[in-house]
Ligand binder design. Structure first.
Ligand code: AHR
Length: 508
């Protein structure tokens, strides 16, 4: 079948918040200790721990918009006072949440990466901080005191404490999450929706007394886990919620044995199809949260959605050793296309996670490498414009098998397009994912309302085959190639390589 891509630069469908290319770090497995931080005295849990400068360099190159910390589930067991002040007086205990998963995550917690260390990291990579307070085992007073530590002037009790530890200027942390996945029996302090909403209000009000300018994130639930949670929370607390948080892990670790069986039955190509098509299902989950907001708060409500944890996750070993392939990178690109399409209500997204644990960057001892998942962040975070513009694709399609939590999908288009423009309209970037496992696809490309002039920057995320992966020895097996071509080389027809994502950056 012939393929055609139509882009209309006159039709702006939403403003893309750059925070959708955001990140998340948690004290789990070797994300922070042994990932972001290097132990100068290996074997001694007290370290000293120093930031791994190679990791910082790679993260900086992504120009990360925002980083969420300290969790996740860990946040609901975290007491911030354990992580401030002189390192030698900070407690050393078992990781209060993740120790339960066994040796891989049963690491001692030296509290060497606390508030000031997190802020120093965020500042060093140029990211906005997003801090999650402990609703599970903490109190509203403890959360309010943390806000004062971070944001209070030096004359306040909290700000004075921060000053005495060396930082006089307030950090001005604006975005605060209140609890994490409280709907789940696995969450410390798990609550029903109505109880959670009431507790959320206690926290928010205590925190707002300290700083009236906070943006607060309430726990929402993905529709596949609980269809009623969001509406119940919004009915009680909606007027004081800025962002409703959703988490999506596909095909999901809870279904690990089933996924293993389904992978055997559907083979590499079946799994490829299910994974690269699954952003369609994720988009449905995000839209369902937006429709919960609209049904309770009315159209045009100020409550927006954040997908503050998302990734692929299908087997336990991925917490230490996630072998991401080109397939998984194309899933990530598809997620960005979904985020662009949801631009009118999606204000942030934080991939889980930045280092080691399901990470974009892998670290082992002194060695560091960029996994296949690193490159979509590099490509979209830097090339996508702030405005989403309308695009339409006609092309062949495929069906996918069920894979854990990913349902079977029919007639999935082989090409997925998202187009953006710069705020002055002088640049249009057309992103195209070719989800064909084996074949290139040639497409006619038509542009309305935009006249490209001169050269086109052509970026292509690809690898030698759909399941290619990077390693410590070579982290450019899957990577982004960059060339400059004449507009006539890509318009009106271009051949998109099999299993790839292409960005055509067109200047007017
Ligand atoms: O990303 C790891 C964990 O997965 C997070 O702590 C939790 O929020 C989610 O269930």
């Amino acid at each position: 079948m012939k393929a055609a891509i139509e882009v209309d630069a006159r039709d702006v469908t939403g403003d893309i918040d750059p925070a959708v290319y955001g990140h998340f770090i948690e004290n789990m497995a070797r994300c922070i200790y042994g990932g972001l931080l290097r132990n100068e005295r290996p074997g001694d849990p007290r370290g000293p721990w120093h930031v791994n400068e190679d990791v910082v360099r790679l993260v900086s190159e992504l120009e990360p918009p925002v980083v969420r910390w300290p969790g996740g589930l860990y946040a609901d067991t975290y007491h911030w006072r354990d992580g401030v002040g002189p390192l030698r007086s900070r407690p050393l205990n078992r990781n209060r949440y993740w120790s339960r998963l066994g040796p891989a995550t049963r690491v001692l917690d030296p509290h060497a990466f606390g508030s000031d260390e997190f802020m120093a990291f965020a500042e060093s990579v140029g990211a906005r901080p997003y801090v999650n307070v402990n609703l599970g085992t903490g109190t509203p007073d403890e959360a309010a005191a943390w806000v004062e530590y971070m944001n209070g002037p030096a004359e306040t009790v909290g700000g004075g404490l921060r000053s005495s530890y060396g930082r006089e200027q307030p950090y001005g942390v604006r975005t605060w999450g209140i609890g994490n996945e409280m709907y789940g029996g696995w969450a410390p302090g798990h609550l029903g929706a109505g109880e959670y909403a009431a507790r959320y209000l206690e926290y928010r009000r205590a925190m707002a007394e300290v700083d009236g300018g906070l943006e607060c994130v309430a726990v929402g639930a993905p529709s596949f886990l609980d269809e009623n949670w969001n509406r119940k929370v919004l009915e009680v607390a909606g007027a004081e919620i800025d962002l409703l948080s959703i988490h999506i892990y596909f095909p999901s670790i809870e279904t690990a044995p089933l996924v293993a069986l389904q992978r055997r039955l559907s083979g590499a190509e079946g799994m490829f199809k299910a994974v690269v098509a699954s952003p369609i299902e994720c988009e449905g989950v995000l839209r369902s949260a937006a429709s919960d907001i609209e049904s309770v708060m009315g159209a045009g409500s100020n409550v927006k959605v954040t997908l503050d944890e998302w990734n692929l996750w299908w087997k336990p070993s991925q917490v230490l050793n996630a072998r991401w392939t080109l397939r998984d990178a194309l899933f990530t690109c598809g997620m960005f296309h979904a985020f662009h399409r949801c631009a009118d209500f999606l204000k942030m997204a934080n991939v889980s996670m930045l280092v080691n644990m399901l990470g974009l960057i892998r670290v082992s001892g002194p060695r560091v490498f960029r996994t296949a998942l690193y490159y979509p962040f590099w490509m979209y975070g830097r090339l996508a414009g702030p405005r989403s513009i309308r695009s339409h694709v006609s092309c062949g399609s495929f069906d996918t098998p069920r894979l854990g939590r990913i349902p079977p999908l029919n007639e999935v288009p082989l090409l997925d397009c998202s187009a953006t423009s710069s705020s002055d309209g002088s640049t249009v970037t057309v992103f195209v994912i070719n989800r064909d496992f084996t074949d290139d696809i040639e497409a006619e490309i038509s542009l309305e309302g935009f006249e490209p002039a001169g050269e086109v920057d052509l970026h292509c995320l690809r690898g030698p085959h759909a399941l290619a992966e990077n390693t410590f020895d070579d982290d450019e097996v899957v990577s982004v190639s960059r060339t400059t071509v004449d507009a006539g080389d890509v318009l009106p027809r271009y051949r998109f390589p099999a299993h790839s994502a292409t960005a055509l950056v067109l200047k007017g």
